[in-house]
Structure formats: structure tokens, C-alpha cells
Design a protein around this ligand. Sequence first.
Ligand SMILES: [Zn+2]
Length: 280
Amino acid sequence: MGRTTTNIPMSHRVLSPHHNYDAGHNPCDQQPVQLCGSIFGFLEEEATMSSSENDIYNIQQDIEDEECEDPEDIEDKIKFWETQHQNLHTTLVRTTSLESKIRNITKEVLEEVKMAENVCSCPRSVSGGCRSCLMREICSRLQKSGYDSAICKSRWKNSSDFPSGEHTFLDVIDSSNHKKDSVRVIIELELRGQFEMKKGSEEYNSLVCKLPDLFVGKPERLQTVIKILSNAAKECMKEKKMHLGPWRKRRYMQAKWLRVAERSRVMTTVKPLVEDECST
Ligand SMILES: [Zn+2]
């Protein structure tokens, strides 16, 4: 705590008891009492300056302020974001053959859907297919390819930590290797969207940009992605001195995919899931 990385006017720095000063020999390394005196002097001086002089003075002041920032803080900050990029890359680049096969089938369906005129079988008929029709289509295709795929719904209750909510996504349970336990693979069609933040910092947003829309991977892999992104969101809000929304916290994100309440296999050949009006 008490570390600041944003540019704070000099007067605030002096008044803040938590700020870590650089112990080096620079103009900031003075006694607070003396600095306060110089600030008052500076305010009087500023009042007599012309606007262009003022601009120059402000630029110089900005440079000085930046120089005052604890170099360790800046280094830590750079290192933090570099590490997150590396960790995310390592997590996303790894894949098993099962994950690859499922990813390829899902991508195929998404490509076909793009070409098709109307894939929506629901009354909403969104061009390109709504999320639920898209999931149904992918689920049925995976089943046709021999996978035990299903549409999963997670639900969580209101708690003191975060609000209630629900989320729908796909999964595949593979039990083909009888010698081992079955393997679960999660399919999320809008992973990036789950982490996008309007007020995100440049560093946070560039990390989010590295996320794919389509995520196909084992829960452990998703768990790692959540950990990286929620830590990054926390750091981003800390740097901006803003409150982190509870829906951005790691436990809330985990609840989306890791607390499954329902798992339903869509019966593609038996009945249409929507009313008759859609099949005409
Ligand atoms: Zn639809």
C-alpha cells in the first residue's frame, strides 16, 4: 500500500503521509516543511505569469513530477505487465490434441455460420445467429463428431462479495481414455468480451486484446486465464485509484464457468427447441 504510480501534483505528494519518496539526490528529496514553503511561493509566482510562461512552467513541472516518481514503482509496473503478457501467452499457446480437435470443429461451425444466410432457429433471428442458436449448432455438430457435448448453465447467488448471476457456455466431456479419468473441455464463444473494461488502462486493454474470442480449453487453463486477467484488473484499478467492480473479481469470474448448475445435451434429432413458427 501507499505506492503511487500516477502523476500527482507536488502539493499532494507533500501532504500524503503514505507516499514513498525516492531517496536519491533530486529536488524532491527535501524536508516537507521546506517544500511547503516553496509551493506557496510557487503559487504566488504562478499568478503573475502570462499563459505562455505558464505552459512552459507546467511542462517543466510535469517533467519534474515524473522524475520524482519512485523509479522502483515504474520498474515494478513495467515488470508486472510484462509478466502478465508472458503468462497469458504461455497459457494460451499450450494445447492438447483433444482441445485442438474440438477447437477445429467449433471454428468450422463458426465459419459456416458466417457464410449462411440464417442460422437462427429462434424467433429472434439474429443475423449470424444469436448466442444460444450458435451454441446449439456447435453442440449438435460436436455430438455428430462423436463428442459428449452439452450446453452448461452456471448460476450463483447474491452474496456479500458479489451480485447473483448466470452464464451459459458449452463443454465436452471426454471419457475415451478408459485408463484415465474423463477430461472436460470448456468452450466459450466470447471470452474477450467477458474481460473488456471501458475504463481499463492502456496496459490492461492491451492484455485483453491478446485474448481470443473463442476459448477452447480445460478448466485448469481457463482458471489460469481468469487468475491473470482478474489480477490485471485489480492492478489496473489500483493504478487508476478506482474501485474494482465485484463482477470483475476472480471469484465472480470463476463462478461463470466453474460452478455448473445444469448440463443439458441438446436433442437435435428429436424435437426442435423452438415453436413451429420457426421451422416454416
Ligand atoms: Zn437464435
